[in-house]
Design a protein around this ligand. Structure first.
Ligand SMILES: [Zn+2]
Length: 349
């Protein structure tokens, strides 16, 4: 009987044991998976929290890349938020930290480009230059590096080196005709050894061949050679330099000549240097002229902003190269009416 029971119980016990082992094993696997999932969820939540606080450290970007396998492009996009906020140092730290972990040459090059761009935007021209030169060592046809080096040499007023860069770009079939004219103009204006008369002559020659440099020429004349300007105003489209003309002092304005010029007459009667009732084609000037001639107690003034004809972005100060798209001499002046200085002050009292 005992033997029978044993014979009967043994296989059952065996099956039971196997089931038990299988059950325990799957339970443990299940529990372990849940634990891992919860752990990573918690870490993920912490990450998200840091995001909301805008608190990600450089190391976090590294773990996003190495541990969480977030795509390289997404990390770059995240790091660019520092750039948009103007936190250049943070952006630089992220790019530098990533550079230590990234293996592929293409990604390394992209990171170096971003690093160079960030230094450039932050005004660290020397460092930016070093990064771009490093890129060119292993990728001599990198146009972004070449163009940025050109911008850097322009800012550092190193026109000879700019010339070399333009030659390289020329060889890469980039159209640098405009860049060449522009750099030649800057080199003349910045040449401290060249007399004003010679500069004027040379700039006039360039201007006659290409009126792209009109604003630069006018800027130069209104600062260093007003006599030439007043004698030759018919050469220029004065509206393009309305801001420069507006800020001229009363003593710097040639009254005899301006009375012969419709635009200048309305500009300076709007400014209050002369009295003239004829309306201007420019709405802003017309308003100023009519308020100047009325008995109304309105104190209006004229302000200017600049809009890039290429990227359509606006900037408050004139720059010969658009700070957004780097196009040359594309900023166009726009006048706008503003409250007069005295009225603004009295309303504060
Ligand atoms: Zn632009």
């Amino acid at each position: 009987m005992d033997g029978l029971v044993l014979e009967y119980r043994d296989p059952l016990f065996g099956i039971f044991t196997i089931f038990l082992i299988v059950f325990i094993a799957s339970f443990l696997t299940y529990a372990y998976n849940i634990y891992i999932e919860r752990k990573s969820r918690k870490e993920y939540r912490n990450f998200i929290k840091k995001f909301e606080l805008g608190d990600l450290k450089e190391d976090d970007y590294i773990s996003l890349y190495t541990t969480y396998n977030l795509p390289f492009d997404s990390i770059i996009l995240l790091a660019s938020s520092f750039l948009h906020k103007g936190e250049y140092n943070k952006a630089v730290s992220v790019y530098q930290a990533l550079l230590l972990h990234v293996k592929e040459p293409v990604k390394k090059e992209e990171l170096l480009e971003l690093l160079g761009k960030t230094y450039f935007k932050g005004g660290f021209l020397q460092r930016s230059k070093e990064v771009y030169l490093k890129i060119l060592k292993f990728s001599p046809r990198n146009k972004q590096a070449l163009f940025h080096l050109l911008f850097i040499h322009e800012k550092l007023r190193d026109y000879h080196k700019a010339e070399d860069i333009m030659e390289s770009l020329d060889e890469l079939d980039e159209d640098v005709k405009v860049e060449k004219t522009y750099m030649r103009t800057l080199a003349i204006i910045d040449n401290i050894r060249m007399p004003i008369e010679e500069k004027t002559e040379k700039l006039l020659t360039i201007f006659n061949a290409n009126n792209l440099i009109e604003r630069l020429f006018l800027q130069f004349l209104l600062r260093y050679n007003k006599q030439f300007f007043w004698k030759n105003i018919e050469l220029f489209t004065l509206g393009k330099a309305i801001d420069l003309l507006w800020y001229l002092d009363r003593s710097e304005v040639n009254l005899d000549i301006l009375m012969e010029n419709k635009f200048l007459k309305s500009l300076y009667s709007a400014k209050g240097y002369i009295k003239d009732n004829s309306p201007s084609e420019l709405f802003e000037l017309s308003v100023l002229i009519s308020t100047k001639n009325s008995t109304l107690d309105v104190n209006l003034d004229l302000n200017f902003y600049f809009i890039c004809s290429k990227c359509k972005k606006t900037v408050p100060m004139y720059e010969s190269r658009c700070p957004h798209c780097h196009s040359i001499l594309t900023l166009k002046v726009k006048p706008q009416l503003s409250k007069g200085y005295y009225e603004k002050n009295s309303s504060l009292q």
